[in-house]
Design a protein around this ligand. Structure first.
Ligand code: GDD
Ligand code: MG
Length: 362
């Protein structure tokens, strides 16, 4: 079976991290976001994956070769010269998704920034049972306005699909995971097209889409607040599914994931809901909660980090206080005793002064 992953968005809402690499390459729980999806696809027998790329192709190519060797699958990069939106890339990859036009095939299409316990086997079983052109996974959320909203019948037929509605229609939203029968390709042209605005509303009218409700957690981790909220949900999921993957001990509180190469000195208290990447060094007496420290960073002694993301290879001094959804890009140097609250710091900056004006970009 085959799958296409839409990896082409600019990832603007996850800046400054996406100044350094595309969103699917950013590590979520110490693995590129894309790897979480690939690993789950491989488990249900997917052998060929198309990465629909619209920008920063070099970084994607590097990850492509690494992951195709690790999971022993064929990963094909489909490069767009102009961004083709969320449907155009499917038409552009038609020759891969349905190599023989006379033969009916089935394929997955995934948004690259959603994290959950991917229900791929359930999608296959459900799709084959209902026999329509598309299966779309849905999940309830409190604020549906920033997603695609779905209204479906009791028989799970989708009656209408509205992308980012201004008025409340339903709290059931598009979770960004689809399974299609190859006949759907007759609806899509190889040109910039939004699947959510131009294809799904028509498929709903034709009653060719069915919804499968996700059991368990779900999050679109395409912006810092949701990235941290998604981490909390994911670590909580790991704590029941594979508790051995989380670290325990007197330095740790609640759910904490730490790469084995990280060094945590004495007198630290880390957690809950913290992820620490490879090669990170946390010096003595540091307190970290609800945060992500990406690979290669050092946090100086007696610092305090809460509700924030520290990018790759940052050097944080001693007695530093970082909180309130602060995000540091790659290779930021922060001097001793600096305080940040809700600040974005661009990559490769050296910061010597505190900054407390919320929302400021340095
Ligand atoms: N190849 C390619 N080309 N990929 C693209 C392009 C493009 O031009 N534009 C966007 N993408 C990819 C993004 O990288 C992402 O994986 C996916 O398409 C969806 O784009 P987002 O920018 O993340 O959209 P969203 O989060 O606002 O909304 C989408 O996801 C929600 C669920 O998280 C929609 O599908 C909503 O309906 C859905 O509820
Ligand atoms: Mg998104």
């Amino acid at each position: 079976m085959k799958a296409l992953i839409l990896v082409g968005g600019y990832g603007t809402r996850l800046r400054p991290l996406t100044f350094s690499c595309p969103k699917p390459c950013v590590e979520f729980a110490n693995k590129p976001i894309l790897e979480h999806q690939l690993a789950a696809l491989v488990k249900v027998g997917v052998t060929d994956v198309v990465l629909a790329i619209a920008y920063q192709p070099e970084a994607m190519h590097e990850l492509q070769s690494k992951l195709s060797a690790k999971y022993n699958i064929n990963i094909i990069c489909s490069q767009e010269t102009t961004p083709l939106g969320t449907a155009g890339p499917i038409a552009a990859a038609r020759h891969i998704l349905q190599p023989n036009p006379d033969e009916k095939t089935y394929f997955f299409v995934l948004n690259s920034d959603v994290i959950c316990d991917y229900p791929f086997q359930e999608m296959i079983d459900f799709h084959k049972a209902h026999g329509k052109q598309g299966t779309l996974v849905v999940t309830p959320v409190d604020d549906p306005s920033k997603y695609g909203v779905v209204v479906s019948s009791e028989q799970h037929e989708i009656l209408s699909f509205v992308e980012k509605p201004k008025k409340f229609i339903s709290n059931k939203i598009n979770a960004g995971l689809y399974l299609f029968t190859s006949t759907v390709l007759d609806r899509i042209e190889n040109k910039p097209t939004s699947i959510e605005r131009e294809i799904f509303p028509i498929m709903a009218k034709d009653r060719e889409l069915c919804s499968l409700t996700l059991k368990g957690f779900w999050m679109d981790i395409g912006q810092p607040k949701d990235f941290l909220a998604g981490l909390e949900l994911y670590l909580n999921f790991l704590s029941t599914k594979s508790p051995e993957s989380l670290i325990k001990g007197s330095k740790y509180l609640g759910d904490v994931l730490i790469d084995e190469s990280a060094i945590i000195e004495d007198g630290c208290l880390i957690g809950p809901n913290v992820c620490i990447g490879p090669g990170v060094k946390i010096e003595s007496g540091t307190r970290i909660a609800s945060s992500v420290i990406l690979a290669g960073s050092t946090i100086g002694a007696h610092s305090w980090i809460r509700g924030s993301i520290i990018g790759w290879r940052c050097r944080i001094g001693r007695w530093v206080r970082i909180e309130g959804l602060t995000v540091l890009g790659e290779n930021v140097q922060v001097k001793d005793e600096v305080c940040f609250n809700e600040i974005i710091v661009l990559p490769h900056k050296e910061v010597k002064e505190s900054e407390m004006v919320k929302g400021k970009i340095l």
